[in-house]
Design a binder for this molecule. Sequence first.
Ligand code: GLA
Length: 417
Amino acid sequence: MNSAPRSEIVRSRCFDAFEREFVRSPEILVRAPGRVNLIGEHTDYTQGLVLPCAIDREIWVAVAARSDGRVRAHAVDFRGDASADSGQTLEFKMDGVHPGGGFDDYVCGVIAALLEADVQIAGCDIAIASDLPMGAGLSSSAALCVALCHGMLATQGLTPDARDVARLAHRAESHFVGVQCGILDQFAVALGSRDHALRIDCRSQESEPVPFPGRDLSILISDSGVKRKLAAGSGEQDAGTGYRERVAQCTAALAAVVEMSDEFAPAQSLRDVEADWLPSLEPEMDPVVFRRLRHVVRENERVDACVAALSRAAGPDLEAVGNILNAGHASLRDDYEVSIPELDVLCEEASRVDGVYGSRMTGAGFGGSALHLVRSDAVVPAREEIGARFRARFGRTPTMLIVKASDGATVESPSRS
Ligand code: GLA
């Protein structure tokens, strides 16, 4: 378990809030981290490759079962999330679960996914605390769904495989909350491993840990401050429309590829499209759809190039890793068109700062955060300088976090500790 003091503080806040609010002790405590994706963006919903890390910013959930068909959920704090004010408690009946646009959607979504999977939930009390920024592209919603799934299953004495929990959380988020996302976030949150990134093959759903050289290389995240949410109907930047449009363009790209020739016809997904097909596809395809396709094909290649650079027998090639990140950002900006000026400036300015190997936007885009990989002995001054350069352009300081590659979700039956 992650024993960082920060983690302990959030854990206690969660535990205390549960006892205060429900006047009894929780049966289960779950810690679920956020994630940052090193490379492999917008590839998961076309069965591609991704390379995320779980990070040491997390959501804690305390749960105890009820038997009266009621659910009470108390969000002690969701940093920066307007939809879940400090101290808010929601109460509803199990048979009345409907998406309403707030954080209770995730609670309802998880309950619906569990009932669908024949898990007999008859109600529960839940407290939630977090130090994971919301809407910053760090998968706070996946962390919440994974934590709730683990917690509710554990109250039933069930301890399923982390992959199954990730799949249930994915169903909760995509079916009930209404986001047709891939499996990147939930797998990273559920299966992350300390000091490692995770190469996930979204076709086979197999994953393998890839050593991350955290002593030499630090992960710096800068939040553009442009909040975005994939779920429809939120007041924040509606990334949902852009995201759905990209999913549809990938579907159109596959249809165009398959129709093009007998050689390409067997392709089942964009994962099957080979890079050396691109020159013959380009003149025949709609230019926008072709650029989306080119991003996906090259991005899958970048994941394996990055794994190779991190795993070199002679030690990780950090310059190569940085260049791969920079190329990934250019492709998201120019071919996939999901970046925004604030993220472009963060990446561009960071490239002029000492110790920065590479930068890219991370997550769905349309807002959220940029990720910088920085030489560890230079990360604190780099954070100051990137912040100052951003301030000079936009007149405000971005929130910046230095994070570590951490373990995925963990479950405990608490004593007060
Ligand atoms: C969001 C989605 C993921 C993935 C990324 C883009 O985080 O939830 O499934 O598609 O965007 O890589």
